[in-house]
Ligand binder design. Structure first.
Ligand SMILES: Cc1ncc(COP(=O)(O)O)c(C=O)c1O
Length: 401
């Protein structure tokens, strides 16, 4: 494929408007990074959205999962296994292991979510809980999973880490099962930063409310948030000009003989990041509508690209990221390199997690073939078509149109 000058198509990590920057500036100018009124305001606002579920704010979604699993463990200490999808954010698997529980993977469908029948088949006398995410915002069949968890007397975590304000079967995602989880990390629906910028534990079952309220009330105050905030801002605003901060950070740390930063322990959300999340929540309808518009633009563009599919698409569906499926046998790294030479940034999805004795052929196939494409706010149909045309032509054997 001969290189031709094309408009750069960068990835985006968040959809921020002036109100997010104003919230940020307000916190910084008052010298209030960690403590202030924003967490209480955010909690109040989310409680209105998710009522009657109780809302607790933490720093990471996966810490919300740990807090819930530890509460479940107290109630049923004889049960030691947690079911997760084989296509999942690694921090979820780490959260289960951190609670001293065994992780059991169950393969996913082409929409990257668990199928109720596969969850049913995996349930056994050791099953403590099921974690059911809505991968990249695509809703899982959560009502059916809730019914079978209830029937088996197994706890259910409705993992809505990537999706806020979207309903399924007349209920908001995150409100099914015993608890729900939301994350405010980059590339989610609401983005307040990275590395511990915020998460939510939704308590959907009143019987768990006292225990989980107490666990969340004992969390330490937010600390150490300026570094991740600056890092996020660099990537969000500057990565197009400078490249990703991770590259510079790792060089500096290597030069100083220091290890890369590890995930912070569970703590409360900071005033600074709660303020950004509040601004995002105030624009929720617009954030969701823009992602729906971009997905629909990709759906239209993919029709003209014989090598590309968009397996999670449905009309009107919110997706936090657009993940396109390349043909079997295409080399992701080669395609990414070729696309980048035409200015199109891409990213890979998650690696499949396969627990001992399990099989996950679908998750493993998807890991090899899925590519995240730019879904920046304001992208035009022409931008989306340009991205798809470059990708389609980057597949070996394809002819550039
Ligand atoms: C489905 C899912 N659950 C949980 C998490 C964990 O969220 P956090 O990064 O806030 O810990 C993620 C993060 O990407 C996720 O995608």
């Amino acid at each position: 494929m001969a290189n031709a000058p094309l408009k750069r198509q960068p990835l985006a990590f968040a959809d921020w408007s002036g109100s997010e920057y104003a919230a940020m500036a307000g916190s910084l100018l008052r010298g209030r990074v960690h403590q202030g009124p924003n967490p209480a305001l955010l909690k109040q606002r989310l409680a209105q959205v998710y009522a009657p579920s109780e809302v607790h704010l933490v720093n990471y979604g996966h810490h919300a999962i740990e807090i819930a699993l530890n509460a479940f463990k107290c109630q049923r200490p004889e049960r030691v296994e947690v079911i997760v999808p084989a296509y999942i954010c690694p921090s979820v698997v780490q959260a289960v292991a951190a609670c001293g529980l065994r992780v059991r993977s169950v393969d996913v469908q082409t929409d990257l979510n668990l199928a109720p029948a596969d969850v049913q088949a995996a349930l056994n006398a050791d099953t403590l809980a099921v974690i059911a995410p809505h991968m990249y915002g695509c809703p899982a069949r959560i009502l059916e999973i809730e019914a079978l968890c209830d029937a088996a007397n197994v706890f259910l975590i409705d993992d809505a880490a990537q999706v806020v304000g979207v309903q399924q079967d007349g209920r908001l995602l995150g409100t099914f099962g015993d608890v729900g989880v939301i994350s405010f990390a980059q590339s989610k629906t609401i983005v307040s930063g990275i590395r511990g910028s915020g998460g939510v534990l939704l308590v959907n079952r009143p019987a768990l409310a006292d225990q989980l309220r107490e666990a969340c009330a004992s969390l330490p105050a937010a600390s150490g948030r300026l570094g991740p905030w600056a890092d996020f801002l660099w990537n969000h605003v500057g990565h197009v000009y400078t490249g990703n901060s991770g590259y510079y950070l790792s060089r500096v740390l290597t030069a100083l003989g220091r290890e890369p930063p590890v995930a912070a322990p569970a703590m409360r959300i900071s005033h600074l990041e709660a303020g950004i999340a509040l601004a995002q929540l105030g624009r929720l309808d617009a954030l969701v509508a823009e992602k729906v518009r971009i997905s629909e633009a990709y759906h239209r563009a993919v029709q003209a690209c014989p090598h590309l599919e968009f397996p999670q698409f449905a009309p009107g569906r919110f997706l936090a990221r657009v993940m396109l499926l390349l043909p079997e046998g295409a080399d992701l790294d080669d395609v990414r390199r070729e696309a980048l030479s035409f200015g199109v940034e891409t990213r890979t999805g998650y690696s499949a997690f396969v627990s001992p004795g399990a099989q996950a052929s679908q998750a493993q196939a998807m890991e090899q073939r899925l590519l995240g494409v730019p879904c920046r706010p304001g992208m035009t149909q022409g931008d989306v078509e340009a991205v798809c045309a470059v990708l389609d032509a980057s597949i070996p054997g394809a002819v550039r149109r």
